[in-house]
Write a protein that binds this ligand. Structure first.
Ligand code: F6R
Length: 646
């Protein structure tokens, strides 16, 4: 939540205007003086806007002091403000795009917040839990506050400490020292970035439980909530540890702990392609990301077996004897990632015969869970920054469990704090609603399940090879679903006035139904719920009335235990009560046509792999319905991509 960017550079005008992509008008009206820090910061904010979009602001150091602009609403409002009231040339700047926690999304509450009589500007991502106590203390010192935010309190504290250092004659980098001292006093989760007009060419930052990465340039350096903040400018990045302070100048990056002791970060190469984070001709990022799915699954499968056909997971550096002794798997995740975990549970239990629980990360540690050295925790997170999941990971490790992260974002916190990581290679996911990451997570979790089955001897090599061969056909099958999407798109558009849509599924189709409902809720803002089809008669069937749309994820007719016949019966039960049924079925399953108003086919595939196909029409349906209502599908209201608060 909240996107943060910082920049310092040496060479005036070295950056051509990236603002053209944000608002061409801005670039035309701006003078040469606006190229530099502002350009880099605005481009970073454009890429980070998915993290929060209810207000945005920038501050730069100019020869006349700190100058700041901030505006409620999306980044385009800030761009308009910058056009109306341009900022002078600068080589040092910070920028913020906000997802409100303390205080509503107003101009006043937008970041940056100023302190030290306007000489210092500060931005923040996270929640400062002891802000009320600090505010009272600082008010007692004579400070006044004009916003409702915890951030302004942090700015006030850093400003006061800065002044104290100057007045007591302390030598050195006052901004870094003041930030170190402030971070020692703050509780909660925070990334803070600060600049001071008396130290042009310096951006100082501190982080605890909130993301921050450094980008390394030549005569310039960058800070970002994630690498998209500077992906256009450098591929060299440094991930930071917990409770660290980093100070960037054009030529140096210095990392310490909160007490000034030298600390280090891990340098890594950013493999994401900047073009992959653009819409590529589609109307929305979400549409593009839905179409990226054949690639996301294909890339996640790539290079996973050796010449003898053994599955290899190089990144899984946990002692094999530990993995052999695992007697329970606990999958921890939130939202869509938790549904990926629920799908994976069916496969992992089937292949490995290890009891597998899936738990929402935010519920996990509050119920005294039974977790020990024989528990393998699988933490699934696209962003790698979800605070609920991070806290659950920490708790599980404290109890002695080993943690494998399944993550899409290199340099993020959850993989760093886990014992091992299996990266999904879905590429950057910008749309707030997750699509391609979901399919890539299921794929990675399946690889993990197969690997454990291989290691523990639950499956013969040829059985594993057969599943891998089936998995390798999935990208082309997803493509076939995408190529045949016109009908479901049209149905989504035709249903723009629906007040409620129910989703039914069974076995692996149950989490798919819940994911379909979640997509509709978050994009189209209508009531949607996913049920296990067998549960209908235990209550939810009372919701069915004349005309109620119900999407049914039909199991394959070849599925075990006559699940198909049972779901067909469920469909008949709801049709008898007036439901309009929309069925996602396997190609060739023409029997369902007699019981459905609308049928959409996906290619034939083994039951456990079916979610990789049946999810896709549901994503397209939600996208089309929300688009027909005129909603912003990339940035749905009230949401943010990376949920870095508990
Ligand atoms: C829904 C969605 C969210 C995320 C959830 C976890 O479309 O995107 O439900 O899945 O916030 O996020 P990550 O995977 O980043 O931990």
């Amino acid at each position: 939540m909240c996107g943060i960017v910082g920049y310092v550079g040496r060479d005036n005008g070295q950056r051509s205007s990236a603002l053209e992509t944000v608002a061409p008008a801005f670039d035309q009206e701006s003078s040469e003086a606006q190229h530099g820090a502002l350009d880099v910061v605005m481009e970073g904010l454009r890429r980070l806007e998915y993290r929060g979009y209810d207000s945005a602001g920038v501050a730069v150091i100019t020869p006349d002091g700190i100058e700041s602009r901030k505006k409620a609403g999306k980044l385009t409002n800030l761009v308009a403000e910058l056009v109306a009231d341009p900022l002078p040339r600068s080589l040092t700047g910070i920028g913020h795009t906000r997802w409100a926690t303390h205080g509503g999304p107003t101009d006043q509450n937008a970041h940056p917040h100023l302190a030290d009589d306007g000489r210092l500007a500060l931005i923040h991502n996270g929640i400062i839990e002891n802000y009320a106590e600090l505010k009272a203390e600082l008010t007692g010192e004579g400070l006044t506050f004009i916003s409702d935010t915890d951030t302004e309190v942090a700015a006030g504290l850093v400003g006061l400490l800065y002044r104290g250092l100057v007045e007591s004659g302390v030598e050195g980098d006052h901004l870094t020292l003041a930030l170190q001292q402030a971070c020692q006093r703050l509780e909660g989760a925070f990334t803070l970035l600060a600049i001071h007009q008396d130290q042009p060419g310096v951006v100082a930052a501190g982080r605890r439980n909130s993301p921050l990465v450094v980008g390394l340039g030549d005569g310039e350096n960058f800070l970002g909530s994630d690498v998209s903040g500077f992906i256009d400018f450098t591929r060299r990045a440094v991930e930071l540890g917990q409770d660290q302070i980093v100070t960037i100048t054009p030529d140096d990056v210095t990392i310490t702990d909160f007490f000034g002791a030298p600390a280090g970060g891990r340098e890594f190469h950013v493999s994401w392609d900047a073009a992959a984070a653009e819409k590529g001709g589609f109307d929305s990022f979400m549409e593009k990301e839905i179409h990226d799915q054949p690639d996301a699954v294909g890339q996640t499968l790539l290079g996973r077996s050796d010449v003898d056909g053994n599955l290899i997971l190089d990144e899984l550096r946990i002692d094999e004897t530990i993995l052999r002794s695992v007697d329970k798997i606990v999958v921890l995740a939130c939202g869509t990632s938790a549904y990926a975990g629920q799908v994976a549970k069916y496969a992992i239990e089937h292949w490995c015969r290890i009891p597998t629980e899936v738990e929402l990360s935010h519920e996990f540690r509050y119920r005294d869970p039974i977790v020990n050295e024989k528990t393998l925790v699988v933490a699934i997170s696209q962003s790698g920054e979800t605070m609920d999941t991070l806290m659950a990971v920490r708790y599980a490790r404290e109890q002695g469990a080993k943690v494998v992260a399944i993550c899409n974002t290199n340099g993020s916190t959850i993989p760093r704090e886990s014992d091992a990581v299996l990266y999904t290679h879905a590429g950057p996911e910008i749309a707030v609603a997750s699509t391609k990451a979901f399919l890539a997570q299921i794929t990675a979790a399946y690889l993990l399940g197969l690997y454990l089955a291989q290691l523990r001897g639950n499956k013969y090599r040829d059985e594993i090879a057969d599943v891998l061969a089936d998995l390798s056909t999935i990208p082309a099958k997803i493509q076939a679903v995408l190529d045949d999407a016109d009908k479901i798109k049209q149905l989504g558009a035709d249903m723009a006035n629906a007040k409620s849509v129910l989703f039914l599924g069974r076995h692996v189709g149950f989490p798919v139904a819940m994911e379909g409902a979640l997509k509709l809720k978050e994009l189209a803002y209508i009531h949607a719920e996913g049920f296990a089809a067998g549960e209908l008669k235990h209550g939810p069937i009372a919701l069915i009335e004349e005309g109620q749309p119900v999407v049914v994820v039909m199991p394959s007719p070849s599925a075990r235990d006559s699940l198909h016949a049972k779901v067909v019966s469920n469909v008949q039960e709801i049709r008898a009560r007036g439901a309009v049924t929309i069925v996602i079925a396997e190609a060739g399953d023409t029997t369902v046509e007699a019981y459905s108003e609308h049928v959409f086919y996906v290619p034939e595939t083994p039951t456990l792999l079916a979610p990789l196909l049946t999810t896709v029409p549901l994503q397209i349906f939600a996208l089309a319905l929300a688009s027909a209502k005129g909603y912003d599908v990339d940035q749905p209201r009230n949401l943010a991509k990376s949920v870095t608060v508990e």
